[in-house]
Structure formats: structure tokens, C-alpha cells
Design a protein around this ligand. Structure first.
Ligand code: AQP
Length: 343
């Protein structure tokens, strides 16, 4: 993967990542995750991607909507360039080994580790006593998702960094407690200009599916007019764009729009500013809208086409699950042997 990332020589490089089918995909999911999943696949690294429906139900999901969202997310993966012939693509609950390994990890992870997870604190809010046990144990299932494949690299957005660190803690404690070198120390791959896409309404909050304001995010299914309208109304300041990244330091909303532009155009922030420094937002925003529409429109058109063939999506996921199980089953069996379970 990226330069400087070292993998223990005992483990073959293998990429894993997942996305929850818990609502409409947005630009943050695309730039922070989906686009980079396709990039990893295109570099020729074995790549395994899944819709994490068992994570989604840690908060209430309407069953019919969950089914629909899972297929829509699969369509989003494929339309973003994840090719089911080159990557393994499936739905988490189709591969029981994830939940089976998660139970073992529930017994390895410590309560204190889980209590420190900022995502749990954010999602449970003031009502933590009423949150599901699944939401609390979410990071142990995430560790199982990754380690059931001995994945060495996980491309994610910045918000998931803490969970990958916990995955490493779980792997290290398991290896230490049982005196083995069985699970790899997985590396988070958090790189590029848009590892944390922020809300269009508030540069201090991440763009998120669960933000009540639809204007805060660009959904991957938004049409051209909606995208242009949201970017036009995006919060900014009154200054022109600086010519160097240093000038964006105290300007979170401006920085966000420049980061989005850079990620969509496959440019560095320095290159974007070299081209656009000195411009007012009245000139930069229409350019950004055109770029976002040009990149997202073909994806949403392809998603809509795929959604007319749900049986085909289901067949792709079933095939992917069978491929995933071929890797996961022997790793779970070996884990059971290490733990001392009679098989
Ligand atoms: N704003 C973001 N910028 C960059 N990357 C992001 N990701 C999410 N938001 C951003 C990345 O998308 C992947 C899938 O995320 P997820 O759906 O599994 O969970 P999430 O991070 O909880 O996504 P949301 O949109 O923020 O959902 P809610 O509102 O339900 O919490 C991950 O790789 C994530 O880093």
C-alpha cells in the first residue's frame, strides 16, 4: 500500500473494509472510503469489501429499509469502481465467521478499552444506559471483520482510526495471551486530501448520514441541481482563497471545500491553491459544483441502473460470501484450536 507502511513478512498484503447500510451514501463515504477501495483494488492488492449490516443494527433499522439499503450500498460499491470479479464483495451477515470471531474478541477486549471509544460516546450520547450492548461492543465485531481475513491494511476515513488501533490492541492481546503470532498488526490506511470531509453547514462537524440537515451533505444520489444548490449555500467566509495551504489553517469551511475539490480532481491541496488562489468563493463554488456533478453523476446513474436488477446484486453478494468464507473458515478453525475449543 502506501510508502512506508510495513507489514509483518508473515502476512500477505490483504485489504479489508466495510460500510454500514444505515442510510444514504454521501460524499464523505465516497472520498474517505469507496473511491479509495477501488484504488486499492486497482493497485492489485487482494481486496475484500462488505456491507456491515450487523453493525447497522446496533441502532434500530427498519427491516425492509435495511434490505433496500444493503442492495443500494452494494450498487454504490460497484458503481464506484469496486469490481466483484476482482474484489470480494458481500454482506457481513452472510459470513457467520465474523460474528463467531467477534464473540472470542468480546472475551479478549476489556470494558475499559470500549469505554474510551469516542464513536460510542458520540452515538450513545447522554443516554448511554439505553444504548444497545451491540453498539458498545461494535469495535470487537469490527476487529473480527478485519482479522477473520488476516487483513493487513484497512482504508478508512479519519473517524475510524481509533477503532483500528483497538483492533491492533485486540490482536496483540490475543497473540500474547495464547503465546502465538497468529493475528497481524493491521495498518489503517488514512491518506489523501479527504480523509475527513466536513459538513457543508459547519466546518467543525464531519459530514455524516445521521446529520438531521440534508443540506449538510452531498448524497451520492443527489441530482445536479441539488448538488449545485448545496455547494452554493455551503458555509464559507468572506476571504478569497489563499495561494498556500498555510492560509487555510484557521478557515475550516474553506479548507473543507478545497479538500473536496482536491480529492475529486485527484490533485494535491497545493495544486488546487496554485490554480485557484486569489479567487472568491463566488468563482470557486461553481467550479467545485461542476466537478462534483461530473464525478458523481455517472456513479448515481449506474447505481440506479443496478438497482433495477436486485436479483443480480443478490447473486453477486452470494458469490462474494462464498469466496469470503473460503478465507474466513480456516482462520476461525485455527482460532478455535488456539483457544482450546473441541471441534
Ligand atoms: N465525513 C467523512 N469523511 C471521510 N470519510 C468518512 N467516512 C464516513 N464519513 C466520512 C468513512 O466512510 C466509511 C463508512 O462509514 P460507515 O457508514 O461505516 O460509518 P460512519 O463513519 O459512521 O458513517 P457516517 O456517515 O458518519 O454514518 P453515521 O452518521 O451513521 O455515523 C468509513 O471508512 C468512514 O471512515
Amino acid at each position: 500500500m502506501s510508502e512506508g507502511v510495513q507489514t509483518s513478512p508473515a502476512f500477505t498484503p490483504r485489504v479489508f473494509s466495510g460500510i454500514q447500510p444505515s442510510g444514504d451514501l454521501h460524499l464523505g463515504n465516497y472520498l474517505g472510503a469507496l473511491k479509495r477501495f477501488a484504488d486499492a483494488q486497482n493497485k492489485g492488492v487482494q481486496s475484500i469489501y462488505c456491507m456491515v449490516d450487523q453493525h447497522a443494527i446496533t441502532v434500530w433499522q427498519d427491516p425492509e429499509k435495511l434490505r433496500q439499503a444493503t442492495r443500494e450500498l452494494a450498487a454504490g460499491f460497484i458503481a464506484s469502481g469496486v469490481d466483484p470479479k476482482r474484489s470480494i464483495l458481500f454482506n457481513q451477515s452472510q459470513v457467520a465467521e465474523h460474528a463467531q470471531l467477534a464473540w472470542i474478541f468480546n472475551c479478549v477486549a476489556r470494558m475499559g478499552w470500549m469505554k474510551r471509544m469516542t464513536q460510542f460516546k458520540d452515538k450513545a450520547g447522554k443516554n448511554a444506559e439505553n444504548a444497545s450492548l451491540g453498539l458498545f461492543g461494535y469495535p470487537a465485531l469490527m476487529a473480527a471483520d478485519i482479522l477473520i481475513y488476516h487483513a493487513t491494511h484497512v482504508p478508512v476515513g479519519e473517524d475510524q482510526k481509533q477503532h483500528i488501533e483497538l483492533t491492533r490492541d485486540i490482536a496483540a492481546k490475543f497473540n500474547h495471551d495464547y503465546g502465538v503470532d497468529f493475528f497481524p498488526m493491521t495498518e489503517p490506511v488514512i491518506e489523501g486530501a479527504a480523509t475527513r470531509v466536513m459538513s457543508l453547514r459547519d466546518g467543525s462537524k464531519k459530514m455524516s448520514k445521521s446529520d438531521p440537515s440534508d443540506a449538510s451533505r452531498i448524497n451520492m444520489t443527489d441530482d445536479a441541481d441539488t448538488i449545485a444548490g448545496k455547494i452554493r449555500k455551503a458555509k464559507t467566509d468572506a476571504e478569497a482563497l489563499p495561494s498556500e495551504a498555510e492560509g487555510l489553517k484557521e478557515r475550516p469551511e474553506a479548507r473543507n471545500l478545497v479538500n473536496i475539490y482536491a480529492a475529486l480532481a485527484d490533485m494535491t491541496v497545493a495544486e488546487v491553491l496554485a490554480e485557484n488562489g486569489g479567487q472568491q468563493f463566488s468563482a470557486f463554488k461553481p467550479k467545485l459544483s461542476d466537478l462534483a456533478v461530473a464525478k458523481l453523476a455517472p456513479i448515481s446513474t449506474e447505481m440506479a441502473r443496478l438497482m433495477t436488477q436486485p436479483d443480480e446484486i443478490d447473486a453477486i453478494l452470494r458469490h462474494g460470501a462464498a469466496q469470503a468464507r473460503e478465507i474466513a473458515a480456516p482462520i476461525l478453525a485455527r482460532t478455535y484450536d488456539i483457544v482450546g475449543m473441541v471441534r
